[in-house]
Design a protein around this ligand. Structure first.
Ligand SMILES: Cc1cc2nc3c(=O)[nH]c(=O)nc-3n(C[C@H](O)[C@H](O)[C@H](O)COP(=O)(O)OP(=O)(O)OC[C@H]3O[C@@H](n4cnc5c(N)ncnc54)[C@H](O)[C@@H]3O)c2cc1C
Length: 459
């Protein structure tokens, strides 16, 4: 195995796939190390327990230190894009103005970012789900939102034509049709045609700088191994990248490392209607609120419905069999909060990650407020029963290595390099200087495109 590369990318998700492809297109010899396995679309695990255990870090059950939030991230070639719902949002000036305020970085404007969004979208198949494709759940939720006078829109997804006819609802366990636009079937597939090698099953432990190269120490199926690269790009996600930097011993010089961690706490809700809904069939998700009244309060709603195992984990206060009987008459909506109280990441003495993120009193108040809005919506639909998960979960870990103009506010400079370590760059969700309150993956891809451009020019 060749252990030398011009560029070594750590992680193969939204950011890693994009940066690997763009640097290969620019002529670099690129290697990607990914901790999880490569998944063959024909052999994806189907039982839910197996799917969670094998395709997610810690079986999809990583907890904050006070156990108030469950974190879920994908593990395998494609990263979280392999298991995500592929909703693609573009941030508006409201988000970028907040980012500029905290980071001072001039890239964060809709105008500067527009070409990078376009660049990311060029390699994706995209469809917007309109009323003609709404499944039973989205149709009921759209009706309830309209009756409530709430502005809503159909969701934009990264999906190929098979998603438009398939009735599989298997996004959370990987796409058996290779239709969902994960980086495994988009950027990384094209990257491998251009000579990029992805080594699956290798977990990077730490980096050691040696003159004009960086040693990358990893543990894999054949034991420990060290790679050498002229440039290392960390794209291991918000829970992975800070851990590698911390283990490399750089926390002392990077005071913001692990700080500003955000996660969009989400809460599932459901209601039993007098009619059959069959939320488990058709297009997975279809509708999101876009009502400025609620966005200004820091929350939004999205139609959602999850597999029974997740359902029973989150709605833990209800006897499972009782609800299962009414499963086909249930509608589901998730509440998504924009963080008001960022948390922080730490390493314990054993090098394990600790996520210190509690729900603040104000965040709990917003959650109760959002719950009240949904109660009214469900009542308008004639619900005979409503359930609200008390447990928050997060599929959007962000921050921890924020971009900023100096080490007082950031870990990564506006050129995407770690302060004081010009041979190490970051290209993933850990760059976010604040929570956007929108689906993050498209912006991570866009930023990774901008990063590749800057890294290429500076090489
Ligand atoms: C169930 C679910 C649903 C979601 N739905 C949506 C959605 O609809 N829309 C949206 O925008 N976002 C969604 N997200 C979030 C989105 O997928 C992520 O924000 C995005 O993929 C993060 O990109 P990233 O590059 O930062 O990290 P990831 O895509 O998570 O990639 C990081 C990769 O690094 C690997 N890694 C970690 N540590 C190491 C290490 N030490 N060595 C080697 N490899 C390592 C991981 O295994 C992973 O493959 C969802 C996420 C989940 C889990």
């Amino acid at each position: 195995m060749n252990t030398r590369a011009d560029v070594l990318v750590v992680g193969s998700g939204a950011g890693g796939g994009r940066v690997a492809l763009d640097l290969a297109r620019a002529g670099a010899q690129v290697v990607v190390l990914e901790a999880g396995p490569h998944w063959d679309a024909r052999q994806l695990p189907l039982p839910e327990v197996e799917m969670l255990a094998r395709m997610y870090w810690n079986a999809g059950l990583e907890l904050s230190t006070d156990a108030s939030i469950i974190f879920t991230r994908g593990r395998g070639v494609g990263g979280s894009t392999m298991v995500n719902q592929a909703l693609l949002d573009q941030f508006d000036e409201d988000v970028f103005a907040r980012w500029r305020d905290v980071s001072g970085v001039p890239l964060f404007t809709t105008g500067q970012m527009a070409p990078w969004y376009a660049h990311a979208l060029r390699d994706l198949q995209v469809a917007t789900i309109g009323p003609a494709r709404f499944n039973g759940n989205s149709a009921q939720v759209a009706r309830a939102f309209s009756q409530h006078g709430m502005a809503w829109h159909g969701l934009r997804r990264g999906e190929g034509p098979e998603c438009q006819t398939a009735d599989c609802m298997r996004c959370l366990g990987g796409c058996p049709h290779e239709s969902k636009q994960s980086s495994a079937v988009t950027t990384l597939r094209e990257a491998s045609r251009r000579g990029v090698v992805v080594h699956a099953g290798w977990t990077v432990q730490r980096l050691v700088e040696r003159g004009a190269a960086v040693d990358v120490e990893a543990l894999g199926p054949e034991g420990p191994r060290t790679w050498q690269a002229g440039l290392v790009v960390l794209a291991a996600g918000s829970l992975g990248t800070p851990q590698v930097l911390w283990r490399s011993g750089w926390k002392r010089e990077l005071p913001r490392l692990g700080e500003g961690f955000t996660c969009h706490p989400q809460f599932l809700t459901g209601a039993v209607l007098p009619v059959r809904v069959d939320a488990h069939r058709g297009a997975f998700q279809g509708v999101a609120s876009s009502d400025p009244r609620y966005l200004a309060r820091g929350y939004k709603f999205e139609s959602n419905f999850v597999p029974p195992i997740v359902f029973h984990t989150l709605f833990q206060q209800r006897p499972g069999h009782d609800l299962a009987e009414r499963y086909r008459r249930m509608v589901g909506v998730e509440i998504c909060l924009r963080d008001l109280s960022p948390g922080r990441l730490r390493l314990d003495r054993g090098g394990r990650l600790r996520v210190e993120r509690s729900l603040s009193a104000e965040e709990r108040a917003r959650w109760r407020e959002a719950t009240g809005v949904l109660r009214e919506c469900y009542t308008q639909l004639g619900a005979t029963e409503m359930i609200f998960s008390p447990k928050a979960f997060s599929v959007h870990p962000m921050g921890g290595c924020a971009m900023g103009t100096d080490t007082d506010c950031g870990v990564v400079d506006p050129g995407f390099r770690v302060f004081g370590h010009p041979r190490v760059a970051v290209c993933d969700g850990s760059l976010f200087p604040a929570a956007p309150g929108r689906n993050p993956s498209l912006t991570i891809m866009a930023l990774a495109g901008a990063a590749a451009d800057q890294l290429r020019k500076a090489a």
